[in-house]
Design a binder for this molecule. Structure first.
Ligand code: SF4
Ligand code: SF4
Length: 412
């Protein structure tokens, strides 16, 4: 943990109301200021105690405090460094260790996730029925059973999708692990929208996990390996701009140059990572938008809004669609509780935040929820199901734009 970054905090407390765990529990040590205080204690010689690790583990890494802090404290860097220290120095309970091992052996590996598709599809009803009972035995397994989406038909994307009409740009596209395996329709829509807006879209088949999950969980070594492989895959494909449609992946890839050293950091600097909405807003539209008579609630994924500062662009893209009405979700800056693997490792807190978010989403009365992060999509879908309210379909910004440009009249 970098003492200089720790000392940037002047303890003003402006960040407290923005912190989801402080909002939930009102405990100083579960606020950004409290956690920074614990980091300072550790730097000054206190070993990582169980209690300390508990407060760090309870942090979602949502970065709402980074946005709120008037002193520019880099809590994002601090918590990343802290998680690595916790992983190195803190001995976890065997059950916790086993769960973490399972998650990290599965999620950053698209092929292993693919192997899960059939059992997940066959067990959808059963999983949802046993989840409440599993809750008493192991809340993390219950969360896994409940959150996993029903896999949809696999979509094979070509290596290259040609621009429709005059080519305006050539971009690479990240397919992602969870996005690619559980939401392939989002990737297909992303490629179509980019092509219809005049981009040649290059999709290297050798790309894998971007490293976000590992980096946000205190495994920087694994994150660096994934980052180098991702850079090499897009380098070989000859693209210098990578469009990303998953908020968590995009925010990590934008930080590659800081994560890596030497020649890899140089190579990272030569590649530009850009969020899909950010890119489309910057490129400007050429494809005609057809009406979509829909009321839409837009959910700000933390790693898009707080970590990348992408808030206005998705809203601009959505409101430019004729007949589409955009509704804001109250407390939009507060995390839904997904936060990468948080809803698996901290299921109770994630559930409270998920329920809170579902309530506010339902209060909008929207026909459709738009979310640009697969984790948020699963988390909010599960919370709405738990609430017993009528389900609201959830789509990615790319799917809404795709439906409008193709004149489908509805979001598939
Ligand atoms: S990252 Fe989120 S949960 Fe963690 S301290 Fe900051 S605001 Fe709180
Ligand atoms: S992190 Fe920023 S806002 Fe929060 S207490 Fe420290 S200086 Fe104040």
């Amino acid at each position: 943990m970098d003492p200089e970054l720790i000392n940037d905090c002047v303890h003003c407390g402006f960040c407290l109301p923005s912190c989801p765990t402080y909002v939930l529990w009102g405990e100083e040590m579960d606020s950004p200021r409290g956690r920074i205080h614990l980091m300072k204690q550790h730097v000054e010689g206190t070993p990582v105690t169980d209690e300390m690790a508990g407060h760090f583990d309870a942090c979602l890494g949502c970065m709402a405090c980074v946005t709120a802090c008037p002193s520019g404290v880099r809590y994002d860097r601090l918590i990343e460094q802290t998680r690595a220290v916790v992983e190195r120095e803190h001995v976890r309970e065997p059950a916790d260790r086993a769960l973490r091992e399972l998650v990290f052996q599965l999620f950053p590996h698209p092929r292993r996730l693919r192997a899960m598709r059939v059992p997940l599809r066959l067990s959808a009803g059963l999983r949802r029925r046993i989840a409440p009972r599993l809750e008493r035995v192991n809340p993390s397994l219950a969360a896994m059973a409940d959150l996993a989406p029903d896999p949809v038909k696999r979509v094979r994307l070509p290596r290259r999708v040609e621009a429709v009409g005059r080519r305006r740009a050539t971009v690479g596209m990240l397919t992602g692990c969870v996005q690619g395996e559980f939401f392939p329709q989002v990737n297909a829509a992303t490629a179509r929208v980019l092509a219809m807006e005049g981009c040649d879209v290059v999709i290297p088949p050798s790309q894998g996990c971007c490293g976000a999950l590992s980096l946000h969980s205190g495994r920087p070594g694994q994150a660096r390996r994934f980052a180098r492989r991702t850079i090499a895959a897009f380098d070989r494909a000859g693209v210098d701009t990578i469009v990303v449609n998953a908020a968590g992946c995009g925010s990590t890839m934008k930080e590659y140059a800081d994560l890596l050293d030497g020649v890899w950091a140089e190579r990272a600097r030569e590649i530009r990572t850009v969020d899909l909405a950010e890119y489309l807003a910057e490129l400007g539209p050429v494809a005609r938008r057809h009406p979509l008579p829909l009321t839409v609630a837009y959910h700000d994924a933390c790693h898009l809004a707080h970590a990348q500062g992408v808030r206005s662009q998705p809203r601009e893209l959505l409101t430019a669609i004729p007949d589409l009405e955009l509704r804001e979700i109250a407390e939009s800056a507060i995390c839904c509780g997904s936060a990468g693997t948080y809803n698996l490792f901290q299921p109770e807190a994630a559930r409270e935040l998920g329920d809170r978010k579902a309530e506010r989403v339902l209060a909008t009365g929207a026909d459709l929820l738009v979310s640009a992060n697969p984790g948020c999509t699963m988390q909010i879908t599960s919370a709405i199901r738990r609430s017993g309210a009528a389900p609201i379909p959830v789509a990615h910004t790319a799917q809404v734009l795709d439906a409008s440009i193709r004149g489908l009249g509805r979001v598939a």
